[in-house]
Design a protein. Structure first.
Length: 406
C-alpha cells in the first residue's frame, strides 16, 4: 500500500470510465489516496467489464455485464464519476481537462480512453444491419438479431468473430464467417492451432469462407447480403464486423503527447512523454521491461491490471509494470487461456495433449524458453504455465509434451 503524503497530488483526473480507469480509481482509494478524484466516462452506464459482452450477455445467459462496482461505491469512496461526457481537450499548460460543459483541473492525469471498432470502408458500409461489438448497448442490439433462422455473416475470424459465431449458432442463427487469412486466429496461434479452431466451428455448423475478403455489402437501406472478393455473394440480414479496433489517441495526439505503435508511448511505469500524464489499457504502447519492443495489449487483463498498477505510480511509486499479457476465450464447450506473447510465425510450436480433440496445451518456444502457452479445456496447470512464461527458463521438449510442468 502506498501511504499518503504532502507530496502526493491533490487532484487526479482519469479520462475513461472503463475497466482500466475504474480499476485505477478503486486502487487509488484502496492505497489511501484522499485527494480529489474524478473519473470521466463517455458511456452513460457504470464502468463494466467487457468479456461478458461477447459471452454471457450475447448468449442471453445474463442481461447485464459485470459491473466493476455498484453505483453506491463511487459515492461512498468520494469518487466523482461523471458519465456521458466527452473530454474534448487537454490543456497541459493549465493542467485542465476540458469537456463540453466543464473544466477539470488535475495534478496527475490518467488516460484510459480505450478503443473504437474498425469499420470496413466498402460500398454499403453504412447500411442498417451492420454491427460492431464493443459496448453494452452493442451487445444487447446484436443479441436481439441472433435469433433462430437469422442469416448472420461475420467478417473476420478473430477472437470476437469466433465468440460471436458461437453465440449465434447456440441461439439458432445460420452463420457464415469470412476471413482473408488461411485459418481463424492465425496471427495469434498459427496455422496448426488455427486449423483446430476452424474444425470446431465447422463441427458446429459455421460456414467458413477463408482466404476470402469482403468487397461490399448489398441492400437497399438495410443489408441483405455480402459481396465477397471471389465474386460470389452470401445472404445476410445481420452482419458483424469484427476486424479489430482503433485506439482512441486523438486527445493525446492533440495534446502533443508522443505516440508509438498505434497507441500512446509510455515508459515502463506507464508514464507518457508528459511526466504528469499516464496511460493504461488499449491505448498504452508500453516499453515493457520483459520484451525487446513496445507492447500494446487490447485485452481485459491488461486493462484491469494496468489500471490497478498505475495507481501507485500516480502517487509517486515509479514501479515498472511487468505482467505478461493474458486473455481467455469461451466458444461453444471450449474454454482456453493464453499467457505470454508469441510470434506464431516464428516460434516453435509444441503440443501437449490431443489437438484434434481440443484437449491440449500449446507452447510456443524461442531460444529454448516458452514465450507463450495456451491451455485449451485443460485447467490443472495454470500456475506452472505462468511460471514457464514468466521465467523464460530453458525447458526440454519431452517435458512439455509428457512430463511434469512444475
Amino acid at each position: 500500500m502506498t501511504s499518503t503524503s504532502a507530496a502526493q497530488p491533490s487532484r487526479i483526473v482519469i479520462i475513461g470510465a472503463s475497466l482500466a480507469g475504474a480499476s485505477a480509481a478503486i486502487a487509488l482509494r484502496e492505497q489511501g489516496y484522499a485527494g480529489e478524484l474524478t473519473l470521466l466516462g463517455d458511456e452513460i452506464d457504470l464502468p463494466y467489464e467487457r468479456p461478458p459482452l461477447s459471452k454471457a450477455v450475447l448468449l442471453g445467459d445474463a442481461n447485464e455485464p459485470d459491473w466493476v462496482k455498484d453505483e453506491a461505491y463511487y459515492a461512498d469512496q468520494n469518487i466523482i464519476l461523471v458519465r456521458g461526457t466527452v473530454a474534448s481537450r487537454i490543456d497541459r499548460d493549465r493542467r485542465v481537462v476540458v469537456t463540453s460543459g466543464a473544466e477539470y483541473g488535475y495534478d496527475k492525469l490518467l488516460l484510459a480512453t480505450g478503443s473504437t471498432p474498425r469499420r470496413l470502408n466498402v460500398p454499403g458500409g453504412d447500411l442498417d444491419g451492420l454491427h460492431t461489438l464493443r459496448s453494452y448497448p452493442d451487445s444487447l442490439a446484436l443479441r436481439s438479431r441472433l435469433t433462430a433462422g437469422a442469416a448472420v455473416v461475420i467478417v473476420c475470424a478473430g477472437w470476437i468473430g469466433c465468440e460471436v459465431a458461437a453465440a449465434a449458432r447456440k441461439r439458432g442463427a445460420s452463420v457464415v464467417m469470412i476471413d482473408p487469412l488461411t485459418q481463424p486466429l492465425v496471427r495469434v496461434v498459427g496455422e496448426q492451432v488455427g486449423a483446430a479452431f476452424a474444425g470446431l466451428h465447422r463441427d458446429h455448423g459455421v460456414d467458413l469462407r477463408l482466404g476470402t475478403g469482403v468487397n461490399g455489402f448489398l441492400g437497399d437501406g438495410r443489408v441483405s447480403g455480402v459481396r465477397l472478393s471471389d465474386g460470389s455473394s452470401v445472404p445476410a440480414d445481420t452482419v458483424v464486423v469484427g476486424i479489430g479496433v482503433i485506439p482512441n489517441v486523438a486527445l493525446a495526439e492533440a495534446a502533443g503527447l508522443d505516440l508509438a505503435d498505434g497507441g500512446i508511448a509510455v515508459d515502463a511505469t506507464l508514464r507518457t512523454s508528459d511526466p504528469d500524464i499516464y496511460a493504461a489499457g488499449d491505448i498504452a504502447a508500453h516499453d515493457h521491461p520483459k520484451y525487446a519492443e513496445r507492447v500494446r495489449v487490447e485485452h481485459w487483463a491488461a486493462a484491469k491490471d494496468q489500471g490497478t498498477h498505475v495507481a501507485g505510480n500516480l502517487l509517486g511509486a515509479e514501479q515498472p509494470y511487468e505482467l505478461r499479457p493474458f486473455f481467455f476465450s469461451d466458444q461453444y464447450d471450449l474454454g482456453c487461456e493464453y499467457r505470454g506473447l508469441a510470434d506464431a510465425g516464428r516460434d516453435r510450436l509444441v503440443i501437449r495433449g490431443d489437438l484434434n480433440a481440443l484437449d491440449f496445451t500449446a507452447f510456443w518456444l524461442r531460444d529454448g524458453g516458452v514465450t507463450a502457452a495456451m491451455n485449451v479445456n485443460q485447467w490443472d496447470d495454470g500456475d506452472a504455465l505462468q511460471e514457464l512464461v514468466d521465467s523464460g527458463r530453458p525447458v526440454e521438449i519431452d517435458q512439455l509434451i509428457s512430463g511434469s510442468l512444475s
